[in-house]
Design a protein around this ligand. Structure first.
Ligand SMILES: C[S@@+](CC[C@H](N)C(=O)[O-])C[C@H]1O[C@@H](n2cnc3c(N)ncnc32)[C@H](O)[C@@H]1O
Length: 324
């Protein structure tokens, strides 16, 4: 299983920002609205209670998912050391925290966020952030897609935002976000069929615009899962703090966030040899894998007779690159 943890400074800042004020009911209500968003789109969390519930119940999970996507970019393009980030639909700048953790080289952050309460939370959390770029982020209180600046940024993120943008504006948002990306654009959505569809739509448009796909796909061709009823998504496990457990009235000490994502770049990068699409099934003498490979998505059995390949297959997780 992919795993992630919050930086201790963010964990602490979140505990302070939500202490004694967020209720499990507000968190459950907000989670329900994220699962079943209004067809008219627009920001889901606006009121102080909603935003506190977001901080307590959703931000740790969105941080973990965007961190995994950024970490794929870091691992696949080790020469990439972004100095500037444009975080679109930034919320409290979750993706900026994750980017600063991934690349301490980050020097400038521009965060576009129309909701005042989200910007306020972002400013509260930023008092604890070790990254100067995040602490001194420039906030634009504006709306996508119009607000996307004409300047270029090394990295652009759209983390859990497309769901809140009406279908009519989504294409323009992705196009203009790509236009603002000097090197790379990262799109992350919930790992639901609808989130996957939005990622798929963004991926197709980015390829038309000349982008190369860095992750998760092992190719730039059409997604072999499209139209099959299956959907490409992954899961990341993160530990729950006490505040996090209380906010969700949850017993488990961890939660698993399902997400879909695409990382696009201007320069070609080495892609995965084969992406693992499900939890591997370890059986006696063999491992059953579901993979996406350059020639399509399929099941693969790795038998004990295959020696090193088998030992490797026993260790890989859903979301990993199986390798050669
Ligand atoms: C689910 S939150 C995600 C926040 C953050 N990116 C994260 O990953 O935690 C979606 C954010 O998009 C913002 N948003 C919604 N519609 C927007 C629009 N048209 N333009 C800019 N931001 C928007 C919301 O206010 C909210 O902060």
């Amino acid at each position: 299983m992919l795993t992630a943890s919050l930086p201790p400074e963010l964990e602490q800042a979140l505990a302070e920002a939500t202490r004694g004020r967020s209720s499990a009911r507000a968190s459950a209500d907000l989670t329900r609205r994220y699962r079943d968003p209004s067809p008219t789109a627009g920001p889901v969390a606006r009121s102080p209670d909603d935003v506190r519930a977001y901080a307590a119940a959703r931000l740790p999970a969105t941080y973990a998912a965007v961190w995994i996507a950024l970490d794929e970019l870091r691992a696949r393009v080790p020469s990439f050391h972004p100095k500037s980030l444009l975080d679109l639909g930034a919320g409290p700048a979750t993706a900026a925290w994750a980017a600063a953790e991934t690349w301490p080289t980050l020097e400038h952050v521009t965060a576009v966020e129309p909701e005042a309460e989200m910007r306020r939370l972002g400013a509260d959390l930023a008092r604890s952030v070790p990254s100067r770029a995040v602490a001194e982020a420039e906030w634009l209180a504006q709306t996508l897609p119009e607000a996307i600046p004409s300047a270029r940024y090394d990295l652009v993120t759209l983390s859990y935002v497309l769901a809140e943008i009406g279908a009519r504006d989504r294409g323009a948002t992705v196009e203009r976000a790509w236009g603002a990306a000097a090197d790379a654009l990262v799109v992350v959505e919930p790992g639901t069929p609808a989130g996957y569809e939005r990622v798929l739509e963004a991926r197709a448009r980015l390829i038309e615009l000349g982008a190369t796909i860095v992750a998760p796909c092992p190719h730039d061709r059409a997604c072999p899962l499209a139209g099959t009823g299956d959907w490409c998504h992954f899961a990341v496990r993160l530990a729950r703090t006490r505040a996090h457990r209380e906010a969700k009235e949850a017993q488990l000490g961890h939660e698993d966030e399902k997400f879909s994502y695409v990382v696009a770049a201007r320069a070609p990068a080495p892609q995965a040899a084969a992406r693992i699409l499900r939890h591997p099934q370890i059986r006696r003498g063999h491992v059953l894998l579901e993979i996406c490979a350059p020639d399509g998505a399929r099941a693969q059995t790795v038998s004990k007779r295959e020696g090193d390949r088998y030992r490797h297959a026993r260790k890989v997780s859903w979301g990993d690159d199986l390798g050669e």
